[in-house]
Design a protein around this ligand. Structure first.
Ligand code: FMN
Ligand code: SF4
Length: 635
C-alpha cells in the first residue's frame, strides 16, 4: 500500500477513523453507494465485468462497497441487465463476487430492491406492481395494486434475498427504501394511498419495510449489518419531507438497523438524485445533519461528494458518519488510496455529467473521465508494445489527452502539441461558462495522468518532430450554417464560447437554437453583461443534454437576467445574432465537423456536449490501443 500511509490520515483524521456497523468495523469513512452498472450477465447472474469493477474499488481503498440494487423478484427488475438474487442459482456468482472483494481487502454490502412502479413491463415481463394504482409520472404505466397476500410474498422475497447474500459471503445488506422504488413507494404518501394496514399512518406505510427488517433479523440475527436507504426529502408534492423522514428514522432505530443512508428524490424529481455539474458539492449534507441531530444511527451522506475536504467537513461538523462517493468512485476507483497517500492532485474527478446514467448508446455505464470503467484490466491485457513508436498529437482536448495517456502507458513515445488558443479543446471553452468551471479541473487531471505516463507537452511553435503517426483533433460543430449565412454579422455559439467574438456589456444579443452550446453561449454572454434572449423552437432548451443541464442552465440564465422565449426570428434592434446547432446534422454528417489542415494519420474527436465528447474519448482509447499492435479484446 502507500509509501507514506499516514499522510492523508493526518490531514483528514475523521475520514480515516474506523467505524463500527453492527459486527463490522469499516477501516475508513469512505463508502461506495449503490450504483447500477448493467454489468450483470443477461440472465442476471454476476460475471467477470462486475467482479472486476467492484474489486477495483475495494483495492482502491473504499472502506465499504454497497453493490448496485440487486433484484428480489423478476417483477421488480429495473434494468434488463440487473443483478438478480431471487433464486439459489445465483448464489455461486454472488459468492465469487463476495470472495473477490474480500480478497481485495473490501467489505461488500448488497443493496436489495424491487423497482415497483418505476420500471417498464417490457423489462419485467409482467405487469408492474405498487402499493397503489398510480403510474410513475415518467414511465406512465399503470401498476397493479398489490393485494395483501402479494405484499406478504414480496416481504418474504426480500428476506430470502438477504439470506442468499449472507450465504454468499456478503458482509451486510442495505434495503433500498429510497428513490421511489417499491419500499420507498410504500413509505411515501405520494405513492401510497392505501386505506388498509399498509397505508395511511406512518406506522402503516412502514409496515412493508418493518416486516422485511424483522424477517431478516429473525433469519440472520441481530448483529447482521443492516442498512436502510431512504429519500429523506422526495422533492415532490405530497412526498416525504425531512420532518416526516425523521419520524420514520426514529422508528427504524427501534427496529435495530445499524446505519441509515440518507438520499433524496424519486423518479418525478430525479435531477435531485445525481446532481449535475454546477450544482453544489456535498449538496445534501445539511439535510443528513438534520437527521443525524435526532438519531443515534450512523448516518451515511451522499450527493456530489467528490473531494476529501467536503467529506471531512461533513464528518467533522457531525452531519454524517460516513461519506458516500457515488459517481466519484466511478470516475476514480482509487480515490481513497490517493487521498491517503497525499496524492489528491492525481484524482480523476467526476465531472457530474451523468453520462454514466445515460442508457441510449450502450446499456453499461460509461464515463469520459474513466473510459476503463467495467474493463479495468484493459490496459493490462493490452500489455506493453513490442516496438515503441513515436506519435505526435496535435491538440489537447480530453479525447486527445486520453489517447496520449493510453499510448504512453503501452510504451510509445508520445508528444502532445498544444495548439495556441485551443488548449483543452471545447471543454476549456466550457470551463468559462458560469457553473461549468469543473471542466478545467478535469482537463488538468487528464493532462497530469498523461504526463505521469510519460507524455511530453510541447508548444505549437516548437520545431516539428519526426513521428510514426500524427493524430489531430477535429471538432464536432454542427452549426446551422444556413441561418449563420442568412443573418448579417451572425456568429456561432462556438464563436462566443471560444472567445472568438467579444461580448460587449449592454449589447442586445439573441441566441437561436435548442442545443446545449447555444444555451451556454447565451449564459456566458449574459454573465458578461449582454442583454440576452434565448430563442428555442419549443419549451425545452439544451435538448441534446442531460435534463439536469436543462434545469441548471435555465436557472442560471434567469439569475443573469436572460430571457428565454420560443421563436426563431431576432428582433430588429438586435446587435448580435448567435446561432446554435442544426438539428439535421449528426455525428455521421461530414458537414458537422471542423477538420484541421495538415497531414494526419488519424483524427481524435472533440465535442461540447458530454455524451458526444464521451464517444470521442472511447474512440481515442481504441485508436491508442490499436496503434503499433493489434487491438486487444475490449469486451
Ligand atoms: C449510474 C448510477 C446508478 C445508480 N444506481 C443506484 C442504485 O442502484 N441504487 C441506489 O440506491 N442509488 C443509485 N444511484 C444513486 C447513487 O447511489 C447516489 O445516491 C447518487 O449518484 C448521488 O451521489 P453522487 O453525487 O456521489 O454520485 C445511482 C446513481 C448513478 C449515477
Ligand atoms: S460519467 Fe460523468 S457523472 Fe458519471 S462518473 Fe463519469 S464524470 Fe462522473
Amino acid at each position: 500500500m502507500p509509501s507514506v500511509p499516514t499522510f492523508g490520515a493526518a490531514i483528514y483524521p475523521h475520514l480515516f477513523t474506523p467505524i463500527r456497523l453492527g459486527r463490522l468495523t469499516l477501516p475508513n469513512r469512505m463508502m461506495v453507494p449503490a450504483l447500477t452498472t448493467s454489468f450483470a450477465e443477461a440472465d442476471g447472474s454476476v460475471g467477470e465485468a462486475l467482479i472486476h469493477y467492484l474489486v477495483e474499488r475495494a483495492a482502491g481503498g473504499f472502506g465499504a462497497i454497497v453493490t448496485e440494487n440487486i433484484g428480489v423478484h423478476p417483477g421488480g427488475r429495473v434494468m434488463p441487465r440487473m443483478v438478480m438474487a431471487d433464486d439459489d442459482r445465483y448464489i455461486p456468482g454472488l459468492a465469487r463476487l463476495a470472495g473477490a472483494v474480500r480478497d481485495a481487502g473490501g467489505v461488500l454490502i448488497g443493496q436489495i430492491s424491487h423497482a415497483g412502479r418505476q420500471t417498464r413491463s417490457s423489462i419485467t415481463g409482467q405487469p408492474l406492481v405498487a402499493p397503489s394504482p398510480i403510474p410513475c409520472p415518467l414511465n406512465r404505466e399503470m401498476p397493479h395494486e398489490l393485494a395483501i397476500n402479494e405484499i406478504e410474498r414480496l416481504e418474504r422475497a426480500f428476506v430470502e434475498t438477504a439470506c442468499r447474500l449472507a450465504v454468499s459471503g456478503f458482509e451486510g445488506v442495505e434495503i433500498h427504501g429510497a428513490h421511489g422504488y417499491l419500499v420507498g413507494g410504500f413509505l411515501s404518501p405520494y405513492s401510497n394511498t392505501r386505506t388498509d394496514a399498509y397505508g395511511g399512518s406512518l406506522d402503516n406505510r412502514m409496515r412493508f419495510l418493518r416486516n422485511i427488517l424483522r424477517g431478516i433479523k429473525l433469519r440472520l440475527g441481530d448483529d447482521f449489518p443492516l442498512i436502510v436507504r431512504i429519500s429523506a426529502d422526495e422533492f415532490i408534492d405530497g412526498g416525504l419531507n425531512v420532518d416526516q423522514s425523521i419520524e420514520l428514522v426514529l422508528r427504524l432505530e427501534d427496529e435495530g438497523i445499524h446505519a441509515l443512508s440518507v438520499s433524496v428524490g424519486v423518479y418525478g424529481s430525479f435531477n435531485k438524485v445525481s446532481m449535475i455539474t454546477g450544482e453544489p458539492e456535498g449538496q445534501w449534507l445539511e439535510m443528513a445533519g438534520l437527521v443525524k441531530a435526532r438519531s443515534h444511527l450512523p448516518i451515511i451522506g451522499v450527493g456530489r461528494i467528490k473531494r476529501a475536504t467536503v467529506a471531512e467537513a461533513g464528518l467533522a461538523t457531525d452531519k454524517i458518519d460516513i461519506a458516500a462517493f457515488g459517481r466519484a468512485s466511478i470516475a476514480d476507483p482509487h480515490l481513497p488510496r490517493r487521498v491517503l497517500e497525499g496524492r489528491e492532485d492525481d484524482i480523476q474527478c467526476c465531472l457530474g455529467c451523468n453520462v454514466c446514467l445515460g442508457r441510449s448508446s450502450r446499456p453499461e455505464i460509461i464515463c469520459p473521465i474513466n473510459p476503463l470503467v467495467g474493463r479495468e484490466d484493459l490496459l493490462c491485457r493490452a500489455g506493453a508494445v513490442i516496438t515503441a513508436r513515436t506519435v505526435v498529437v496535435h491538440g489537447s482536448c480530453l479525447a486527445a489527452l486520453t489517447a496520449a495517456w493510453v499510448a504512453a502507458v503501452r510504451g510509445h513515445e508520445v508528444i502532445v502539441v498544444e495548439l495556441n488558443g485551443e488548449n483543452g479543446g471545447m471543454q476549456a471553452w466550457r470551463a468559462r461558462v458560469p457553473g461549468q468551471e469543473e471542466h478545467a479541473e478535469v482537463l488538468m487531471a487528464a493532462r497530469r495522468r498523461a504526463a505521469t505516463a510519460g507524455v511530453r507537452f510541447l508548444a505549437e511553435t516548437t520545431k516539428a518532430t519526426t513521428a510514426d503517426a500524427v493524430w489531430r483533433v477535429r471538432r464536432f460543430e454542427p452549426i446551422d450554417r444556413r441561418r449563420l449565412a442568412a443573418g448579417a454579422g451572425a456568429v456561432s455559439s462556438y464563436d462566443v464560447l471560444a472567445g472568438r467574438v467579444t461580448v460587449v456589456p449592454g449589447s442586445r444579443l439573441v441566441a437561436i437554437g435548442d442545443d446545449l452550446s447555444i444555451a451556454e453561449a447565451a449564459l456566458l454572454a449574459a454573465a458578461r453583461g449582454a442583454h440576452v434572449t434565448l430563442l428555442a423552437s419549443g419549451p425545452s432548451i439544451a435538448r441534446d443534454a442531460h435534463p439536469g443541464y436543462r434545469e441548471v442552465t435555465r436557472r442560471k440564465l434567469r439569475q443573469f437576467g436572460a430571457e428565454i422565449a420560443t421563436g426563431s426570428e431576432s428582433p430588429a434592434d438586435t446587435d448580435v445574432v448567435v446561432v446554435g446547432h442544426d438539428p439535421a446534422l449528426n455525428y455521421d454528417s461530414p458537414d458537422a465537423w471542423i477538420t484541421p489542415s495538415g497531414n494526419a494519420t488519424a483524427y481524435v474527436a472533440d465535442a461540447y456536449e458530454p455524451g458526444v465528447f464521451t464517444a470521442g474519448v472511447y474512440k481515442a482509447v481504441t485508436l491508442a490501443l490499436a496503434f503499433g499492435g493489434p487491438e486487444p479484446n475490449q469486451a
